[in-house]
Design a protein around this ligand. Structure first.
Ligand SMILES: [Zn+2]
Length: 61
């Protein structure tokens, strides 16, 4: 069963792809700006993003 979902980056509204076998707390990244988010699985099986603080924008790359 595949349930590929794409969420919206909270920074740039770019695509944040949810893995096939998502786990609560998994770190996902925006395909456009590279922002990291923690995956939050809701009660209905819906996903939402929690900005991860492990990666700052000042790391420069
Ligand atoms: Zn982004």
């Amino acid at each position: 069963m595949t349930r590929n979902e794409t969420l919206k980056c909270q920074d740039c509204e770019g695509p944040v792809v949810v893995p096939n076998d998502p786990m609560e707390g998994e770190i996902v990244s925006c395909g456009d700006c590279g922002a990291s988010y923690e995956l939050v699985v809701g009660e209905n099986g819906t996903f939402s993003l929690n900005p991860a603080e492990v990666e700052g924008e000042d790391w420069g790359e």
